[in-house]
Design a protein around this ligand. Structure first.
Ligand SMILES: C[S@@+](CC[C@H](N)C(=O)[O-])C[C@H]1O[C@@H](n2cnc3c(N)ncnc32)[C@H](O)[C@@H]1O
Length: 158
């Protein structure tokens, strides 16, 4: 058994899945804030030097999971670990968002695909040298590449 404690709350304009962007890359202009709890504020030192950050969070509105599912962008069943579906054995989300500015313990972020009130588990800086890969294969997602930019979530998703 592993227990995590939320370190803050993510605030966004998205109160339900319908219409919520499905990934930060396709969430242009979607702004939000991360409110870090006061006891963790000292951990924000030097984060303002980074333009992008990873948010790790709990998909708190997801219920249950299936080890195989038809992903939102596909018509065939896939293994959950080959998808970004919110319904997963450990309901952990990962979003790479733009960090606009930090005011005290509030982070102003852009390009959010996260529902309002989501509990934050961690923040990590994006560093291209660590996080960007060459020669990438994207499996079943290859055929969805052309249409993904225009898609938005719906209530089936959570
Ligand atoms: C495909 S998931 C991708 C999330 C993240 N970028 C990832 O890859 O882990 C994005 C969708 O998750 C759903 N979602 C976001 N926050 C959630 C939450 N707190 N609980 C349940 N579902 C959530 C919304 O429907 C959103 O459109």
């Amino acid at each position: 058994m592993i227990e995590f404690k939320a370190i803050g709350i993510i605030h966004t304009p998205f109160i339900r899945s319908e219409g919520t962007p499905i990934q930060p890359r396709y969430a242009d202009g979607a702004c939000g804030t991360v409110e870090l709890f006061a006891e963790y504020e000292a951990g924000l030192k030097d984060l303002d030097g980074f333009s992008h950050i990873f948010l790790l969070y709990h998909f708190h509105r997801s219920q249950g999971f299936n080890l195989e599912l038809v992903p939102f962008m596909d018509t065939q069943s896939r293994g959950v670990f080959a998808t970004r579906a919110p319904k997963r054995p450990n309901a952990i989300g990962l979003s790479l968002v733009a960090l606009e500015r930090i005011e005290g313990r509030v982070l102003h972020i852009q390009n959010v695909d996260i529902l309002d009130g989501t509990p934050l588990l961690d923040i990590k800086p994006y560093v291209p040298e660590f996080d960007s890969c060459a020669g990438v294969r994207v499996g079943w997602f290859e055929k969805a590449r052309k249409t993904v930019m225009t898609r938005r979530s719906d209530d089936r998703f959570t």
